[in-house]
Design a protein. Structure first.
Length: 120
């Protein structure tokens, strides 16, 4: 079964190289602003029948033993994604409350450059 984690703990553990922070929102939303150090793996890809866990492990340089911290806007989509990843052997955590509970800087793509913007 997947676990739940706070957004601050997920960021801390990702920063300490204790897991990978994954944004499961769409690529378009990801580019508008995401947590620092996060990579994008859209929910639709995770839930696809042809989801290839080995390709994901290779693309993001993770191992099955390494936990992943999944977040979305509110936490509900990341719970479904965490359940799916857990079913294929990945130790997945879902961030409780999603990015809505984050009150820090976001990375944002603007004119092909990544910048940091403050959330409200």
């Amino acid at each position: 079964m997947f676990d739940l984690i706070s957004i601050s703990e997920a960021i801390k553990r990702s920063y300490d190289s204790e897991g990978l922070l994954i944004d499961v929102r769409s690529e378009e939303v990801f580019k508008k602003g995401h947590l620092p150090m996060a990579v994008n793996l859209p929910f639709e890809e995770i839930m696809n029948e042809k989801f290839d866990i080995e390709a994901i492990e290779k693309d993001f340089n993770i191992e099955k033993e390494q936990p992943v911290f999944l977040y979305c806007d509110t936490g509900s989509t990341s719970m479904l994604a965490a359940k799916k990843l857990d079913s294929v052997g990945i130790h997945a955590y879902s961030v409780v409350g999603g990015i809505m509970f984050y009150k820090g800087y976001l990375e944002k793509e603007k004119n092909d450059l990544w910048t940091m913007v403050r959330t409200s």
